[in-house]
Design a protein around this ligand. Structure first.
Ligand SMILES: [Zn+2]
Length: 101
């Protein structure tokens, strides 16, 4: 994380002042690193209010176990489960495109 890391992910399509100046980032523009920072509690998730995106942190943090993140668009009843490696290897836009009902 550096000074350019947004403080929070906002709902998809958000055009608020904070998103325009880069203080927050709309969900569809979030990078996989942003998604991981949200999933691990280091960035705020501002999408709960309209149920756009839910990020579930890893189920297990035991060393050597596969870390699993769930990313869901609640309003559209879509979700997907990704390992940390998949989250690293998949562009954020592709993550949103690959969510399933
Ligand atoms: Zn915004």
């Amino acid at each position: 994380m550096d000074d350019t890391t947004p403080l929070a992910i906002d709902p998809r399509g958000c055009g608020c002042t904070e998103c325009l100046v880069g203080e927050y980032i709309p969900a569809q523009s979030a990078t996989r690193e942003h998604l991981r920072l949200v999933a691990t509690g280091r960035m705020r998730n501002n999408t709960y209010s309209d149920g756009t995106v839910t990020l579930r942190p890893p189920m297990s943090s035991e060393p050597g176990s596969d870390l699993v993140y769930e990313i869901a668009l609640l309003a559209e009843s879509l979700s997907g489960v990704f390992t940390a490696d998949e989250l690293d290897d998949t562009p954020a836009e592709a993550i949103f495109e690959n969510l399933r009902a």
